[in-house]
Design a protein around this ligand. Sequence first.
Ligand SMILES: Cc1ncc(C[n+]2csc(CCOP(=O)(O)OP(=O)(O)O)c2C)c(N)n1
Length: 922
Amino acid sequence: MPEESRNNETEICNHFTKQEVPKRRKMMHRVFSNVSQRRYCYLTRRYSTSIHSHEPTASQLNNMSKNANVLRMIEGFRKYGHLQADLDPLGLLTKQNVPQLHPSYYCLNDSQEKVDLDGLLAIPSQRSASIPDIISHLQKSYCGSMTAQFTGIGDPAVQAWFAERVESAPSTPLNADEKKKVLDRMIQCETFDHFMQKKFGSVKRYGMEGLESAAAGLEAVLEECAAEGVTDVIITMAHRGRLNLLAGLLQLPPDRIFWKSKGNSEIPEGVHAVGDVLSHLGQSATIDFNGKKMNVTLIQNPSHLEAADPVAMGKVRARQTRMKDDGSKVVCVMLHGDAAFTGQGVVTETFGLSKLAGYRVGGTIHLVCNNQIGFTTSPENGRSTRYAADIGKLVDAPLLHVNAESPEEVIKSCKIATQYREKFRGDVVVDIIGYRRHGHNELDEPSFTQPGPYVNIRSRPTAIQLYAKQLQTEGIIDAEYVNQIKAKEESRLDASFKSMKQPTSSDDHFKGDRWSSFKQCQDATAPVPTGVKAELLNEIAQVSVQLPSGFEIHSRLQKGFIQARLEAMKKDQIDWATAESLAFGSLLKEGYDVRISGQDVGRGTFSHRHVTLVDQKNGKKVIPLNELGPGRLEPVNSSLSEAGVMGFEYGYSVECPKTLCIWEAQFGDFANSAQIIIDTFITCGESKWLKQSGLVIMLPHGYDGAGPEHSSGRVERFLQMSDNDAVDLHNERNKRPNFRVINPTTPANIFHALRRQMTTDYRLPLIIMGPKTLLRSAKAVSKLSELSEGSHFTPVIGDSQADPQSVKRVVFISGKYYYDVEQERQKRDVRDMAIVRIEELAPFPLKEIQSQVAKYKGATTFQVVQDEPQNSGAWMYLQPRLSQLVPGQLQYIGRPPCAATAVGNGPEHKRESAELMERIFA
Ligand SMILES: Cc1ncc(C[n+]2csc(CCOP(=O)(O)OP(=O)(O)O)c2C)c(N)n1
């Protein structure tokens, strides 16, 4: 029997009677001989012991059958042992006494008669044990200060591996030096907190006191990673203990923290940025772990708890892609607060990505820094689950719970978790349960709301005192040891405090091979030549619809997509989807990668894109553009998540400036599910952290009768978040926008806009109000010459029909409504009207608008026309700007204000539209 079948067979033997075993064995052999199971079984091999790695012998099977009730009891402990575990230093977590943890439940007595352990349980160096001894071993394994939950996991190999890991080594084998190292790390943490208290008593530091062992736990994770050959770890965490870790384990020079704590800025002089608060600082360092060097990055985070989770994951995925890694080199680690971990939806969305082919990172190690409180909220009000870690069950993540006052068990849990990820490439959660010695921050009084626990906490020796006492009893340290380590750390901090200075421009930013050729944007309003040779564009168009031989394309696509594209190229009428493909293809040719992710992006919500084509006879997929190379196009259909996926793509874009990263909404309306990512990363990541992103957000937008939630990408909100100066339009800062917002009407412009994202020496996020009906409009087409060499993005498209001399009225329109108004103008043969299309809203195209206004000397009426309601669309953004540029009063013609984004029925929409058109041409 192949080895892979054997491990699983242990499980059969655990669950079936002796008579059933041979039959089941045969069946399992068939089931597990397939390839994916083979992989699992390969993974289990390394840590397998007698119980799981060998095919049970006849005598083992007999033994298991004979001792079936003992086996049931062992399984009872694996499943329910955690309910009796000693996990909470404060005793707030009530233990539960369930019958399944008593031998009587299994008709077992406390006889001293020895039970043969063969095939049942691994007790180190024991072949047999009495029932009391077995119970004692199980209690040590599952009911001590560390426990695990894994019996609900769908993969039997994982269950078997976990049982073995937890049961075979109930006492922690740390040597004296390792124990001292754990204590040192905890002392370092506490010393930092005390130092900050002494020097900056009024600064909120969100200290780690009560959870110092989590720092040692993280160190154990990193050491274990390094030992496994991992070269890069990307970490995300919230405020709690962040400064402690930065100044200690993560090697940020403490003076950076002190400098900022004094009220100074972390942003070097001459750099355009506003900076961020102390507890959001990030760090990247190469750290030596027992002789193995590893790049460790703690990414910057916003205050919105957990929002950085998908960002870190996207960054990890991007780095893995760059390094062609499957998760053996680059690892994601997330530290969570207990309240946020259970409360924030983005956690669920991020977990949801963990096993998806286009997003997985080979498992994330989650450490819950569980201080059993969220600001002032106790767990009974803060979550509906027993454990903060329970959310991990969503993805079958094993859970380890550990008492923070047992540092050695914390280390053991963290090591098991790291080994699990390495072996099974899955998410795993370590729930480190401690407390918070002070208030939410150090200026807050916690006993206003939690008087009982804080009487306990305040009278409690610290975890360091407890552990130091243990090590002293063990003869590992003497009475002076703690003070010596403290004094050493204090003098390090003191020296750093004395040498604090302003960061220089060479610090951190735009360094490293990926970013060294980039700088801060100097003038985003300057045209960027993005045209491409016509021959190459023709070639790309051909390749974009070329299928491998034998590929059976859907008949409607053959005609409506492939032939249509080829014919359109011949007729020189490039539509939207073709322009997009030409942009992608030309970038691939130039060596950039392109990643487009979102719901149904391969085909496109509106069935227009079809960059991924599906063989009708076997379901195989091809991406024809990938024949172009050297870059690679990665269209990834996502889970039904916005915050998770958008955050992920943002993280990807920050890691890979030479990948055109695109997130597309199903409809623009749904982007607000990711509002936190937009507000706290995309619009201001560079300004807060000097981290540039070239992420493109495509938001199908447009009023076409589809009603609320299918009509608006909420351009007004993006424009409100633009840092363009509306008062002083000539302000130089307007050339350095925080991001771009465009509402293009031509395929040429989408082509140039996408290419511009990659061909500049800076990166800016780009928000596109994208088309829906325009995708199939015969009018929204461009000529090849508009995409060819010498061409570029046109921020403002003037009127080529109107005679400037006759124009009395200038109408500014942004977006696809232009085509409706233009059609009506022609129908009514209106000659005194010019329509100016504002394609790029931010940065505001000042010069181009000025020259349009100057063109119509005889114009007396200037209007903004939009089909969005007055409280949406571009009106509120354009009004203060255009008003300064046009003579007389700027008028608004559009829908009246509306509480919803659009009216809810088609006929009403039509009536409104007709009425609006009448007003425009009244
Ligand atoms: C999304 C979000 N909502 C609310 C807050 C305000 N807030 C800051 S810390 C905190 C409590 C967090 O508790 P927990 O996650 O347990 O972390 P702890 O501070 O206890 O370490 C709250 C509610 C926030 N920062 N982010």
